[in-house]
Design a protein around this ligand. Structure first.
Ligand code: GDP
Ligand code: MG
Length: 297
């Protein structure tokens, strides 16, 4: 990406008009404790695209995430302003009772809907802050087997409220073949349990290049990600973000090694617009309708 994000070139002209004022995009990370959620956020924000306001602590000092926290960065491109926020959540493996550990997360998502609805109902609706969660990265342990019951439960609680994007955590611990098999199994499990994950739409009037990029990205879901917030030296002497093994280095930013680049590209470029639209038009709208019905309006 070479320091260039691309969100200012979002394809839809109508949309461009509405974003000229600046817009907001929020991603949440969810999944079992220790799967690299906080590290991946760091990895995203350390790309130079999202310079953090304050330097983040190195992983050795980073405490375990115990509460829902968010970090934001304002970036600007071609005169378009974007406030990017990532919401970190505590891993659910740590709770004594995991059964309802999805609750605080769902409540957090709903309270963001609430706040949006409240702003919509104000007389002055000029400046609505959109803090709704537009994408939820769901981290799956790299077991190579299938989804765990708790993953199924979590995703089922979340899929009507957010755009779910499953990711295989710590993909450097699997071989390429294991990753391919695991991806197929995860998708089969997801279909079997009727879990709705984000479906990347494609448009007929799109140019060939855009279509190819979109299809390539969609074909990688669930993304196999590797996070790292430090530089390591490759066998041929390059300094890269990655994880070192006796046999070599797994490079975060190398598309042949993992899907990190594709994931970032999907979030900040290719599908940012669709993720925002689906959140507003479908997920938020369904929630709002249900809420009004339950209030007897
Ligand atoms: P969280 O509990 O999901 O937020 O996980 P953390 O980001 O705190 O990471 C837990 C541990 O896993 C740390 O020791 C990280 O260095 C390590 N880790 C993070 N990402 C990766 C990865 O992609 N691959 C491997 N092998 N380890 C990772
Ligand atoms: Mg964490």
């Amino acid at each position: 990406l070479n320091g260039y994000v691309g969100f200012a070139n979002l394809p839809n002209q109508v949309h461009r008009k509405s974003v000229r004022k600046g817009f907001q995009f929020t991603t949440m990370v969810v999944g079992e404790s220790g799967l690299g959620k906080s590290t991946l956020i760091n990895t995203l924000f350390n790309t130079g695209l999202y310079p953090p306001k304050e330097p983040l602590p190195p992983s050795a000092e980073r405490p375990q995430t115990v509460a829902i926290e968010s970090i934001s960065a304002d970036i600007e491109e071609n005169g378009v302003r974007l406030r990017l926020t990532v919401v970190d959540t505590p891993g659910f493996g740590d709770f004594v009772n995991n059964e309802e550990s999805w609750k605080p997360i769902v409540e957090n998502i709903e309270s963001r809907f609430d706040s949006y609805l409240e702003q919509e109902n104000r007389v002055n609706r000029q400046k609505i802050a959109d803090n709704r969660v537009h994408a939820c990265l769901y981290f799956i342990q790299p077991t190579g087997h299938s989804l765990k019951p708790i993953d199924v439960e979590f995703m089922r609680q979340l899929h009507t409220k957010v755009n779910l994007i499953p990711v295989i955590a710590k993909a450097d611990t699997l071989t390429d073949e294991e990753v391919a098999d695991f991806k197929a199994r995860i998708l089969a499990d997801i279909a079997h349990h009727n879990i709705h994950i984000f479906q990347a739409p494609t448009y007929e009037n799109e140019d060939e290049e855009a279509l190819a990029e979109a299809e390539e990205i969609a074909g990688q879901i669930p993304f196999a990600v590797v996070g790292s917030d430090h530089l390591v030296k490759t066998l041929d002497g390059r300094e890269v973000r990655g994880r070192a093994y006796p046999w070599g280095v797994v490079e975060v930013d190398n598309e042949d090694h993992c899907d990190f680049v594709k994931l970032r590209q999907m979030l900040v470029r290719t599908y940012m617009e669709e993720l925002r639209e689906y959140t507003n038009d479908v997920l938020y709208e369904n929630w709002r309708t249900q809420k009004l019905v339950s209030m007897g309006v």
